[in-house]
Ligand binder design. Sequence first.
Ligand code: F6R
Length: 247
Amino acid sequence: PVTVYRNKQVASVKVAERIADLIRDKQARGEKAVLGLATGATPVGVYEELVRLHREEGLSFQNVVTFNLDEYYPMHPTSPQSYVTFMNENLFDHIDIEQENVHIPDGTLAPDEVAAFCLNYERQIEAHGGLDLQLLGIGRTGHVGFNEPGSAPNSGTRLVTLDDLTRRDASRDFGGKENVPTKAITMGIGTIFKAHEIVLLAWSGKKAPIVKKAVEGEVSSEVPATYLQLADNVEFVLDEDAAAELT
Ligand code: F6R
């Protein structure tokens, strides 16, 4: 289903409430909530609201385990462009999550360590009972995570090559496209599909053409987000501008 909100602020608060409800439900049952998280501009408002709920309304993250979708490769965690830095600045530094419960793909691995790391990432997710909720953004190539065009529907966590458009879109953060890594480690489409709930967020008219393809286009590896049409537990959460081209 598709849910359209007036603007991204209202939508972000709704999604944060949904995540908070999940965390509290699990807490009441003495269980952990396992969250799949995204970086980039899109989820920032959701994280802001989660931080507010922690500070002002006592929402605790002690029972929360997180797995991030992706990380550039190579990438040092302390680099300003790393997704570790992004997550610390936007969420983890401001809540009471245990460091040992945070998982982000490791951008410092030697090439011959990557495959084993990726398998283990999948195993760790499974060992926690799978992802309860996976948050997604969408790139203008139609990527979710860094599953660029050509990604297989059953793909797992792996090393991928970034699309030229994705690197151009990231060039501002890196001070030029030539500084954007050419590769990344990402959860696969198959990994994302195993989540109990999937919530894809998209804001602004810049995303309207790719949102139309993702929601209404033919399912194809050319636009990996179209695979989500085949999931029965997915919600597309949009602002009015991102939904503008939907029929
Ligand atoms: C980030 C990720 C990417 C982004 C997408 C949109 O972890 O996996 O798929 O969600 O590139 O990025 P923004 O939100 O910056 O438009």
